[in-house]
Ligand binder design. Structure first.
Ligand SMILES: Nc1nc2c(c(=O)[nH]1)N[C@H]1C(S)=C(S)[C@@H](COP(=O)(O)O)O[C@H]1N2
Ligand SMILES: [Mo]
Length: 323
């Protein structure tokens, strides 16, 4: 089903009213353009969307967050030249070489499964008006390196509310674009495409879980998963799936690419945990990219340092069994 507008019940013009009490998240220009134009048109109009998109380039008016780390972020250069994005090759520098060729406009996302408002939406229609924040998060790759990245995005739960999750749903799954013409890694059988990952619904609704659309207050670079990717900072990086084109709500645990590939090495949960080693290497420490030769090795933190916000999600679970 192809939708060009949201059903009335959650037209984005309601979204603009909702953000009014939170002017910190939106610059004034965007609010005024949105408000005035929404009255005239009755739906989130182009001008308002453009203003909202401006917001992630609007710099200082995007709110800081209490969830941000005060650790020094990695440089944009580091964040965009040392990547895992197997659709563009397996080398850390392959994405920087190949990902610029990806066309990210137009971009459609299919929403299906146990939702009130299934359909295929233009990206701006799906996410326009959701409140953006800067989130400076640690990123811990399962390969035992780490970075600090200043994302801009919105909480996934705000999008889940917009698409209307049905009560039977227990998980949310995501898929990355398949476009071998622009993704050279997909012309080889490196992984089973599309790249897929997913979360339990309570993990997805945790306020730390964001959909990132920007980085360093600029639109998301292609190498980092433009135009929109998941960021789950307490889990190994591979859970944070890039360049998303499909969101599916399910009763059953969704297939996750790395878990499917090698369930002994990559669990469905994949929470960062210094006490549960990868079968082939220790997870006790990590190498901070850009940390210098002698200064870069540091202890891995439980849940990547986000324990106070997420430990409750796993109360009573044996974390070495449910790894
Ligand atoms: N579609 C897709 N998403 C992906 C990957 C990938 O290969 N394909 N790699 C994952 C891994 S292993 C990591 S560590 C992070 C890296 O994110 P970054 O390049 O923005 O730092 O993206 C994750 N998301
Ligand atoms: Mo990773």
């Amino acid at each position: 089903m192809r939708r060009t507008h949201f059903p009335k019940a959650f037209t984005p013009d309601l979204g603009w009213a909702d953000v009014t009490p939170k002017p910190l998240f939106m610059n004034r220009r965007a609010l005024m353009a949105g408000g005035a134009a929404a009255l005239a048109a009755g739906a989130l109009p182009r001008a308002a969307l453009a203003a909202w998109e401006d917001d992630w380039t609007g710099g200082e008016e995007i709110a800081a967050s209490r969830f941000s780390t005060d650790e020094e972020p990695n440089s944009l250069d580091e964040i965009t030249n040392y990547n895992n994005f197997f659709e563009f090759g397996t080398g850390k520098e392959d994405p920087a070489r190949n990902a610029d060729a990806l066309t990210t406009e137009p971009w459609e996302i299919t929403v299906d499964g146990l939702v009130e408002n299934p359909g295929t939406y233009d990206l701006a229609e799906l996410v326009g008006g959701l409140p953006l924040e800067e989130r400076i998060y640690r990123l811990r790759c399962v390969e035992a390196w780490s970075m600090v990245i200043p994302w801009v995005g919105f909480e996934l739960r705000t999008l889940l509310d917009r698409i209307g999750v049905r009560p039977e749903a227990r998980f949310v799954g995501f898929e990355t674009l398949v476009r071998p013409e622009e993704m050279p890694g997909q012309r080889r059988g490196i992984l089973e495409w599309p790249y897929r990952d997913g979360l339990r619904l309570d993990e997805a609704r945790n306020p730390l879980t964001i959909m990132a659309t920007g980085l360093y207050r600029e639109p998301l670079p292609n190498v980092n998963g433009a135009p929109i990717r998941l960021v789950v900072p307490w889990k190994y990086g591979f859970k944070s799936i890039k360049s998303i084109v499909r969101i599916t709500l399910t009763e059953e645990q969704p297939v996750c690419t790395w878990n499917q590939q090698n369930p002994r090495e990559y669990g469905f949960y994949s929470n960062v945990n210094p006490n549960v080693d990868h079968p082939r290497w220790s997870q006790a420490t990590e190498r901070r990219i850009g940390g210098g030769l002698f200064n870069s090795r540091q202890p891995t933190q439980m849940f990547n340092g986000y324990e106070e916000y997420v430990a409750d999600l796993y109360a009573g679970m044996d974390l070495s069994e449910h790894f």
